[in-house]
Design a binder for this molecule. Sequence first.
Ligand code: GSH
Length: 219
Amino acid sequence: MAEEEAVRVLGFLPSPFALRVEWALNFKGINYEYKDEDIHNKSPELLKYNPVHKKIPILLHGSKPVVESLVIMEYIEETWPQSPILSKDPYERAMSRFWAKYGEDKCIPALFGFFTKQGEEELVESLKTLEKGLNGKKFFAGETIGFTDIALGWIPVWLKISQEILGENLINEQTHPLFYAWSRDFLDHPVIKEKLPPYDMLLAQCQAVHDRLLASSKP
Ligand SMILES: N[C@@H](CCC(=O)N[C@@H](CS)C(=O)NCC(=O)O)C(=O)O
């Protein structure tokens, strides 16, 4: 049976995209083997299984590779229906996908722009808009964690690190109270908490990326 085939994840420890995949698998209680890749020196396996984008994460189910983290999350949901992360209702599912896509299209560039000091306004606005998606609920899907939460859950972690590196407090409990309450509840979930990369390690990695980016932008 398909469900009994071995599951592997090729990831890279600080990657928010790989983190999503591991969160989704852990949420459903799926056993998997994790292999950490060096994205600066890509393995033959990485290049074989993602020849199009040459990126992690890659989910291997038996010999079948699936790539692109949101696509992988959908595959996980369809393959292992226990502890569902998408509603049975088509409209609710569409809303979950909409806010996950909003995170990709708006929040990632906004956070990157903030991190590289290209502007703050987009981040303030995109997180305010994200609060509208919560619409008074604890999580995007309601009382329990779902697809959108898992897709967006990396944002508070990387935001905290970015603010620490930049010495800023742009986004806080006063400016974005709903976003903060959601972040706290999400990161406090036992499955999510258990799979968070060590903060100091992430901070050191992001600091190095930040220094490299700023050095390369100097004339
Ligand atoms: N849209 C992709 C993004 C994946 C991605 O950007 N992965 C990065 C690591 S965080 C990577 O493998 N980079 C290698 C490269 O760009 O060559 C997804 O959601 O899976």
